[in-house]
Design a protein around this ligand. Sequence first.
Ligand code: AGP
Length: 631
Amino acid sequence: MCGIVAVTGYKKALPLLLNGLEKLEYRGYDSAGIAIINSENNCISCEKAEGKLKNLINNINDHNIPGTVGIGHTRWATHGKPVVKNAHPHTDSSGNIAVVQNGIIENFQDLKNKLEEEGIIFNSDTDTEVIPHLIQRELSTLSKLNLENNGSTLLVAVRNVLSDLEGSYALAVLWSGAPTSLVVTRRQAPLIIGLGEGEFICASDTPAIANFTNIILPMEDEEIALLTPLGIEIYDSSNERQYRNPVSLKVSEQIMDKMNFKHYMLKEIYDQPQTAKNWLENYLIKNSDNGQYQINYPFDTKFFESIERIEIIACGTSKHAAMVGSFLLEQFSGIPSNVFFASEFRYSPPPLLPNTLTIGVTQSGETADTIAAMDMEIKRRSSIENEKFKPNLIAITNRKDSSIGRQVSNIIDICAGIEVGVAATKTFFAQLLSFYGLAIKFAQIKGNQSSEEIDKLINELKNLPPLLEDLIEKHNKSSEKLAHDFFNIKDVIFLGRGINYPIALEGALKLKEISYIHAAGYPAGEMKHGPIALLDKKVPVISIASPGEVFDKVISNAQEAKARDAYLIGIAPDCKGTEIFDYLMKVPSSNEWISPLLNILPLQLLSYHIASHRGLDVDQPRNLAKSVTVE
Ligand code: AGP
């Protein structure tokens, strides 16, 4: 989604901004721009381009911009088409103020109407453009008080404007009247300040600053900061000056390296055995007293004892991981559990029940719907005095330094390392593992599962890494061949049942996201209630058939599809019953509980190769953003 980079210091701003923006490309965007205080005349020079960053770079190549203070932005269109006039930065009418913004100003139309009545002419369709005009108005009011033209005055002007804005945002503001200053602020959108060597560099996401520094100052919600080459002043929403120690970033987790892979997505699929090793190393610990394995999550799990039910809130792929998790928590650990789309939960939450654990799942830790739904649940529960209704929270995330990391103290860090491909692969896998850990923990605490079954599950988890390596190696080749035959299809149906139903949904989502082929996942037993009408020989059916409780049922459902001439692809071990498939993507035979961790890999690889064969931008598919920070 939109990305912000802003810099002030002693070094040339342009290369710093472009480098930062390049690191934000993975988040998804459709136009880009920069504004720099030109050191030759102290005026703002602004450049924007539609499409990829390289278009902006081509424009700038013709006239290099001198200056050490600037802001940059990658825009993912919300208000107004992805065209140059809507790209950020946006300026006031005089061109003396430039603003980049992430998020949405919800009351922009009212503000715009008022400004238009005052004679302001707007040049874009964005919500953002109201901000520079409002700042300009504020600065002219302040000038009547004889305030000096400096960064402090800009800070006051921006702060006064914030009280008019509704919505969530991160902002960076330049003013030619204070040519070395930069004002930044955030409300429910991320922004961090990096302390570089000779520059302060501010960004909405850590990879944009990881090349320059590993020392950062995270900004808290509703804080505003003035940055000059001489230092940083941070104020809270009550205008109290804030002092805090810098923290260090784990740079290794922020460095983007495609190695020799054609795309990040393929590299990240290949990372999954290591993801499993990391999880086993971090979280599966042998108790030296009794030789038993335990899940070592970094919080006191005593409160689990009083938990009677679980609600899980997530979006997209994270929701699919949550669905597998919910299945495990109910069926393996015996705790009632429900999963909710965060975007639905916000507006129609279920009635409050006591002794509930709320789990938020978000790889980025910044998904606006998930953060808002969690926030609502925390407030709703905190407002009740009865102890049984208090919020019990866990967040499962890949970014413990994110908004959800600040919101929730019990964090399961999935430790997957940065994921650059917009389509989640290794983070999905790591989220699944986190739920296996929770299911084991609950089963051990609640005693609803036999210790033999728990040990069996733990053993299968321990044995995963070599199985995964082998699986990826085999299916990378076979799915490339399969993709050759299927890259031109129009529709695909994915079927799964029980614990593998969410895997069917995830398989379909992966294919849709990166190949733009229509795909839908269904519980296999639901096919005959409608979707079967879609089937003919042009619609392949991918059926996940893992030996266990529902294997025979899935095979019967696949028969029904075959009877309608559908080409059948099976994701299954080579066992009796699977001869029905026209093509078998073989997975190792396993305990049914563990099967999602194996079944997902061939599906990821197949989607990857189909999209790659179609010549598409696999890592940055159209219209998508890596973290969706608007509602
Ligand atoms: C995954 O491939 C998608 N890009 C998307 O569905 C994603 O999972 C969703 O936006 C939620 O993101 P989060 O995990 O960062 O909250």
